[in-house]
Design a protein around this ligand. Structure first.
Ligand SMILES: Nc1ncnc2c1ncn2[C@@H]1O[C@H](COP(=O)(O)OP(=O)(O)OP(=O)(O)O)[C@@H](O)[C@H]1O
Ligand SMILES: [Mg+2]
Length: 471
């Protein structure tokens, strides 16, 4: 701790003890505010953001546990140390469960109190530092255009933080539209090569016969039409980063040449004998399962290991649905700004959002991006994006006919099990009614196995009439 004096609220009803301890803590460099009652402490807490609270559990009036609860409610990262009387360890354990940082029992030595106080404050400092670091990392990748707060996306940001600055070759895998190219650009932007070129080469976009010349360049007259010498992508990317996209579609001949370039770190232009040294960081992307291609013999194993030094797997959108609201909003913002500068912050209706969240997104983020562009075009200014503006397959997706689970919890609380049983019974009765009591088809409608349905019917007891025509 430098010249910052931690502010501690000390709540103790025994005035003599309180004053003595407070004086010693001040000597140790703490800023102490003393309170004799829980009520008084609450008032102080509202006036100032303390770093720590030391409170006796037993207080007249508002007790220490209630004070702690109110304090943590207001300042979740506050360090609370509870002081308990002899033989009330149970209360202390209870307090820890509710969020106290530590406890000590009376009578205590000052050293003991200092120890728990200092280590609590240190933990708090580290926690704050980590949170800051994490938000900085997230902000950095948000700058590269990577949106997402889901656990996999946060893990991705951390992984990128580690691997981007290295010179390692990285294989980026994931379904179409999951953001492989975006991640490749983020790696480049956060590497030491950020101020050099980022060159992307899509292997499948050029005919096999041209791919070699595209990648490695050619000299004049190397083949018909080669009227001038031209550097390939490797040379263009010198000192920068080269993304080999859809690397799984490379021909065997090209794979072999690539392997040699990666090993020798030099390229030969087509028709040239002279090799040129290149300093290129190679990233590769594929939506194919390269391992499988290796097994079936269509991709060289040695090249696979060259490329797959580090693998970054991008999860499909359906495995991180919590990112959908954020992505949808950011696309609406971006397209809104592009089309008319004032049109940002377009909202999405609850029902439309429910459908977006329920849909499977086979085209992943790109498909969501397209859906939002379309939705914005179909949404009158000043209104929220609604179901009608969504693409038909999203509208009719699996979420479309699912009843909404939006049930307002009564203030008085209610019986969850009874409610679930009632809901289950009602849906089963409806399914049986709609299928004329055909249990197999009813089970299909509910998305469960017939045997499961039979079991449920047994458990629920007598149902509505339709279930009598057992099948
Ligand atoms: N996490 C994300 N945040 C914001 N935009 C994203 C994200 N992931 C993908 N996108 C956007 O989705 C679109 C598709 O991304 P990208 O081209 O990187 O996907 P890809 O995995 O390379 O797809 P393909 O396999 O079809 O080439 C791009 O417009 C990209 O900006
Ligand atoms: Mg791509």
């Amino acid at each position: 701790m430098t010249d910052y004096r931690p502010h501690v609220l000390f709540v103790e009803d025994e005035a003599l003890l309180r004053e003595a301890v407070a004086a010693r803590l001040r000597d140790e460099g703490f800023e102490i505010v003393e309170c004799g009652t829980g009520e008084q402490a609450l008032t102080r807490l509202q006036e100032f953001a303390f770093d720590a609270v030391i409170t006796d559990l037993r207080l007249p009036g508002l007790d220490g546990a209630a004070l702690m609860e109110a304090a943590l409610d207001r300042y979740p990262d506050l360090i609370v140390i509870v002081v308990t009387g002899f033989g009330t360890v149970k209360d202390a354990v209870q307090a820890i469960r509710r969020g106290a940082a530590d406890f000590i029992t009376k009578p205590f030595q000052l050293d003991e109190l200092l120890h728990v106080l200092r280590s609590g404050l240190e933990r708090r400092r580290l926690r704050a530092e980590n949170a800051l670091l994490r938000s900085q990392i997230e902000a950095r990748y948000a700058l590269s255009g990577l949106v997402g707060h889901s656990r996999p996306m946060r893990a991705l940001a951390q992984l990128l933080e580690t691997v981007a600055p290295t010179q390692s070759t990285i294989l980026i895998t994931g379904e179409t539209g999951t953001g492989k190219e975006l991640v490749a650009r983020a790696i480049h932007q956060n590497s030491t090569r950020a101020h050099q070129r980022f060159v992307a080469f899509n292997v499948s976009a050029v005919p096999e016969s041209l791919a070699e010349a595209e990648l490695f360049g050619h000299v004049r007259g190397a083949f018909t039409g080669a009227v001038a010498s031209r550097p390939g992508r490797f040379e263009v990317a010198h000192r920068g980063t080269l993304l080999l996209d859809e690397v799984g579609t490379m021909s065997p001949a090209l794979q072999m040449k690539l392997l040699r370039v990666l090993q020798e770190r030099e390229v030969e232009r087509v028709g040239d004998r002279q090799a040129t040294k290149v300093d290129v960081r190679v990233l590769a992307a594929t939506n194919a399962d390269l391992r499988k291609l290796v097994e079936t013999g269509s991709f060289r194993e040695d090249l696979y290991y060259r490329l797959n030094v580090i693998e970054i797997r991008l999860p499909p959108l359906r495995e991180r649905r919590e990112d959908i609201p954020l992505l949808a909003a950011s696309f609406l913002d971006r397209f809104g700004r592009e089309y008319e500068p004032a049109r940002t912050g377009v909202a999405i209706s609850q029902e439309a959002m429910r459908l977006l969240m329920a849909y499977g997104w086979p085209g992943n983020v790109r498909q969501l991006e397209n859906a939002m562009e379309r939705a914005l075009a179909l949404t009158p200014p000043g209104t929220a994006v609604d179901v009608a503006a969504l693409p038909p397959d999203v509208r009719d997706g699996p979420g479309a006919d699912t009843p909404s689970p939006d049930v307002a919890l009564p203030a008085a609380g209610f019986d969850l099990d009874a409610f679930l049983a009632r809901t289950e019974r009602s849906l089963i009765e409806q399914a049986l009614a709609q299928t004329g009591g055909n249990r197999r088809r009813a089970a299909d409608m509910l998305g469960i196995k017939r045997t499961t349905l039979v079991e449920k019917i047994k458990r629920l007891g007598p149902l509505d009439a339709a279930s009598d025509f057992a099948s």
